[in-house]
Design a protein around this ligand. Structure first.
Ligand code: AMP
Ligand code: ZN
Length: 113
């Protein structure tokens, strides 16, 4: 088992129920949900932060948004609304240093700011 939790999940070294998986990304429920629907969408490739994305990685981000919309639909939150968040580095609130996107919904989310 390596140091990175999300790499361990991608490698199957850590047993986690995947909601969605393809060759590039995976999605699973956040272990500490902040909303009735709280799904993490994660590239299988290890990229530490949003600042470490390379040109070839940006298509992954678009793909993640596409699958997030599909999962929002499947979880019944597409019409009422949801939020996608990606935290970067300490002051952005990032705690797992493997890029991921939070899909949050199922309650009224507070206005930002
Ligand atoms: P962030 O704080 O933006 O880096 O988000 C990391 C998220 O990963 C947090 O919301 C954690 O609750 C979640 N998390 C950490 N370990 C696991 C795990 N093993 N399975 C599912 N979610 C996890
Ligand atoms: Zn990783």
């Amino acid at each position: 088992m390596g140091d990175c939790i999300f790499c361990n999940i991608a490698d199957g070294e850590m047993d986690t129920d995947l909601i969605y998986e393809d060759d590039k990304i995976m999605a699973f429920e956040d272990i500490n949900p902040k909303a009735p629907v709280h799904i993490l969408l994660v590239p299988k490739k290890h990229i530490s932060t949003l600042m470490d994305l390379e040109n070839e990685d940006y298509s992954l981000v678009g793909h993640i948004y596409k699958i997030a919309a599909k999962l929002a639909e499947e979880h019944g939150i597409a019409k009422e609304g949801f939020r996608i968040v990606s935290n970067c580095n300490e002051k952005g609130g990032q705690t797992v240093f493997h890029v991921h996107f939070h899909l949050l919904g199922g309650r009224q989310l507070k206005k930002m700011g």
